[in-house]
Design a protein around this ligand. Sequence first.
Ligand code: G4P
Length: 524
Amino acid sequence: MSQHPSQTRRVFAIISHPDAGKTTLTETMLLSAGAIHQAGRVAARGEARRTQSDWMKIEQERGISVSSSVMTFEHKDLTFNLLDTPGHEDFSEDTYRTLTAADSAIMVLDAAKGIEPQTLKLFEVCRMRNIPIVTFINKLDREARDPFETLAEIEDKLQLHVVPMQWPAGSGRRFGGMADLRNDKFYPFSANADQQPAAIEFTPECLSTAGLDDVLIDEVIEEAELAKEYPDFKLQSFLDGDMTPVYFGSALRKFGITQLIDALAEFVPGPQTETAKKNGQPVEITPSSKEVSGFVFKVQANMDPNHRDRVAFVRLSSGEFKRGMKLKTAENKTISVHNPILFFAQDRELADNAYAGDVIGVPNHGALRVGDSLSESGKLRFAGIPNFAPEILRRARPLDPLKAKHLRKALESLAEEGVTQLFRPAMGSDMIVGAVGSLQIDVMAERIKTEYNLEVVFESAIYQIARWVSGEREAVEAFAAKNQGAMATDLDGAPVLLAKSAWDVGYAQDKNPELKFLKTKERS
Ligand code: G4P
């Protein structure tokens, strides 16, 4: 039987702390896989977009990447979809959602720094779904920490079994290359990124011929022996999210990259069976199921500044999608997908067919929201992508008081993209905006200015905390009636308690044990 096309798809993301080298690695991987032909093209493309889109000014000024996208490349008859996750900590919710669409992740660590705060946070998100993780220890061309220490740190902080697949010879100025522990080959390192030498035998004689000094040769041979003491790599443990194979290299010097992509091709899984609900009952959706289905994990506005369109990024879960198809959301909204976009490193193409594990961009005018399920029958609903309670709340008002209605529309439409949230208090006409971090508030102000031509003022709100109120309908309604001054609704009309302090939430909980005050809300 010929294999289903979905079996050749690999959807993955890169998680890292800012500056560990994610952008450089992305670019080098695309380059090595032949998806782009010139270093700097990913950045160059960003540059081109920046000049078109003003709100990206913040990105430029702060030197961070706040928008995510997907890049496709091919290697060894597999199609890889790399989901780019924003690195800034304020965007953890957005990142979380992107990670729900990935089947595996590469964790990039700076060889001198090991696990950093953002690595840990993102790892925890991966752990929630137990997705397999390949570790890449980057920047070996700079002074690194003892790799044994870094491995111990991974085991200790992430509770993950590590299996070094390679071992580096020194680091920084002494960096001589690395041994492949599975086949006793050695890859000598050259500081010239475009001239990495071919593999040699991992023997003292060959290393010496390759120019390594005797001290370094003794060191790497001894350390490689010790590294082999780690447990053997077990594919199933990796797939279960319990074990990570560890690779080393330098993204900047294009060293170790082919080996990393080979490892992805060898180990990372394709699309898996997912559990969805059909008419309220759980059903298993296998990638080869007949019905086309998928879910929206990201909505991005203004990809094309000439249009007010948004692009919903849909990760397909099953079936053979054909261009022009009609798909329905679980709320029974019909979407005709006439111009689905496939994303390549530099280009976007119209997709005629797509399968589970493909990501298609669906242009729309706001009909699709993050977390929406799409299927032919409209009856499938994938497990919700939760909303997280915002960490900061701000009251929004227009500089020109006559523009309140315009501002509400703008805030609603930004909230529909799923990056920020909007709460409407039960009393009064305030607009309360919630975000994970203050940077999002700045981005929002900038976008409202450039996209809606509105000046917005964000002021501190009297509320500090938002919690979704959940329980029996009557109980929730009774609570809302009694606490009108502190109640609000979110974009979907769900009841939210806006509290001035954690103490208030605790008090409400004590007095109303039949209710739950939730930090996350699954879309039902
Ligand atoms: P990020 O997306 O994870 O935030 O990291 P990014 O790739 O932007 O890399 C952060 C910095 O680290 C960049 O330097 C980049 O050139 C450097 N870098 C990435 N990989 C390596 C590596 O393997 N070796 C060395 N030595 N450096 C590496 P920068 O000075 O901040 O930026 P740039 O001026 O080089 O663009």
